[in-house]
Write a protein that binds this ligand. Sequence first.
Ligand SMILES: Cc1cc2nc3c(=O)[nH]c(=O)nc-3n(C[C@H](O)[C@H](O)[C@H](O)COP(=O)(O)OP(=O)(O)OC[C@H]3O[C@@H](n4cnc5c(N)ncnc54)[C@H](O)[C@@H]3O)c2cc1C
Length: 407
Amino acid sequence: MHGERVAVVGGSIAGCAAARALRRAGAGEVVVLERASGRLQDRGVGLAIQNERYAELEAAGYLDARMPWVPLARRPWVVRDGARREGREIASMPFPFRSYSWGSLWQELRRRLPDEVDYRDGVSVRAVTDGLDGAVVHLADGAEERFDLVVGADGHRSAVRAAMLPPGSSAAPAWGGYLAWRGTLAAGQLPCPSRAFPEDAATTVAFPGGHMISYRIPGAPGGDGGVQVNWVFYATPPPPLAEELADPDASPSAELTSALTDYQLDLVERHFPGYWRDVVHGTPKEARLLQPIHDAAAPRFAHGRLVLLGDAAAIARPHTGSGALKALQDATVLGRALREQDSLPAALAAYDAERAPVGRAILALGRSLGRAHVQHTPDWASMDQRSFEAWWQENQGAGVGGRPLGS
Ligand SMILES: Cc1cc2nc3c(=O)[nH]c(=O)nc-3n(C[C@H](O)[C@H](O)[C@H](O)COP(=O)(O)OP(=O)(O)OC[C@H]3O[C@@H](n4cnc5c(N)ncnc54)[C@H](O)[C@@H]3O)c2cc1C
């Protein structure tokens, strides 16, 4: 780059990483436009990054060991078995991941932004238009600003993605048909016995029509610093409740939230071993959230003076263990392309060629994992280590954790 003026729309994980990449690639001015005011720390709860993928991002300078994390090693799969409080383990798979709290990871990325990055929060972008003499960002307050490049890091309902689509086509994410209920509780509040949930485990309770994965994460910023437990429970809600979730713009009403909570607790009552039922019941109401599963991938990740990263480019369902990872990888590859190619169009074409296939592959993987792990679950209780491994392989379990950088 040669001192270009760049806007990054969205200042979350993809936006912070992109701003860093752009400065390192030689952008003259980087302006981050983030709709939310103040800290973004409440978005999501826990996330896990596979160890080898972490090492690549550390080498590239986007993650470092001072960012709080918890080591994970294995993923036991358990089912209810009579009165056995811990349930019965049907299989245990390696789980070489580091877990992060979403909020602390964002805060660490934000803190590491070079001082020259102009991060403006509380600024909402209404639309973006591309032209020969620059891309124009139209702000919600009516102001307009012209840039040499606009980076769309504005998440699943991206205004930049919408600007790149042919007129009349829809940018709306597609409804996946099921839901993630998420919760966090302090590790100190876990029920007994402690051997039911070893510290390095990402324990998964499997039941007909869904599963719940739980693992420890670092304390949230501003909290007491103690380790937390993060769980994500997936199931398909009954049709009347599901219908209301199909719209990616609608957030569930209080009535719907309460009906969905009752639905989850009923499934827990019917299918969970006692220990794991107590984990869900012991989670404070204010530390629970609903995440309807929607996904989308842009047909191209760059066009003209516009480029997409992270969820704006393609949404990785949470089962893929790669939403934040993909955003960081996108920024890394964009930064490399901008440094190595001798023109902006060549850099954007190289980025698109490398990352759009990865985004599409992760979208497909998320859908396939969703079918196998939620919508058409096997008879988990009849499985043992061997049959589970065969099922895992058949259903692309090896894809969980994302793809190597540069693949
Ligand atoms: C409830 C929830 C839970 C999640 N949990 C996990 C998890 O456990 N693990 C994981 O890996 N991933 C998780 N994800 C996904 C993960 O947060 C993203 O994949 C990751 O943060 C990278 O996203 P991003 O920065 O591209 O988009 P986002 O994090 O969605 O950020 C987009 C940003 O753009 C801003 N923005 C949007 N539109 C505009 C606009 N018009 N003008 C200005 N600013 C705008 C938004 O305010 C937001 O800050 C979760 C997502 C959600 C919604």
